[in-house]
Design a protein around this ligand. Sequence first.
Ligand SMILES: [Fe+2]
Ligand SMILES: [Fe+2]
Length: 174
Amino acid sequence: MNYADNRFMEIAEPLVNNKEFQKMKHIEHHDGSVYDHVMNVSYQSYKIAYKAGLNWEATIRGALLHDFYLYKFDKRFRLKLPLDALKHAVMHPVRALENAASHFELNEIEKDIIVRHMFPVRIPRYKESWIVSMVDKHLAVQEYYQNFRKSTSKKYREQYSTIKFSKVQYSEAK
Ligand SMILES: [Fe+2]
Ligand SMILES: [Fe+2]
């Protein structure tokens, strides 16, 4: 993200400097934090909305707040995990909107961006909401892929060091 983009930062800053907003830094999201994720979604969405002549200010703000749910989703394996994941997918935009509305004044586009970003769970009403929903999905796939690559390469390194270690043990035992 280009922090030197004054147009983006002017709109983003009042939200980003908010104490509640900063809490997203401590909530995990794939390989990073929810904070990093919403900053990326907001910046990419803004670039598209600006070029398309849409309401880019609302796009920045709505995207920054689209995952403002402020709880940690437990991804550890358990029998109820698929059901919990489904509940999270459906309900986190509602929680995000409640939190956002209690800390910031929102217009209709911003509310729609937040509560309808999980298409096809809810269908966006504005072009700005479609942009944020699509950018969110696109970045989520990228983040999953990066996370997957990282975790598999770590496993590979661990396996490799175990093999090396057992070889050393073998040669010392001889
Ligand atoms: Fe989300
Ligand atoms: Fe998201």
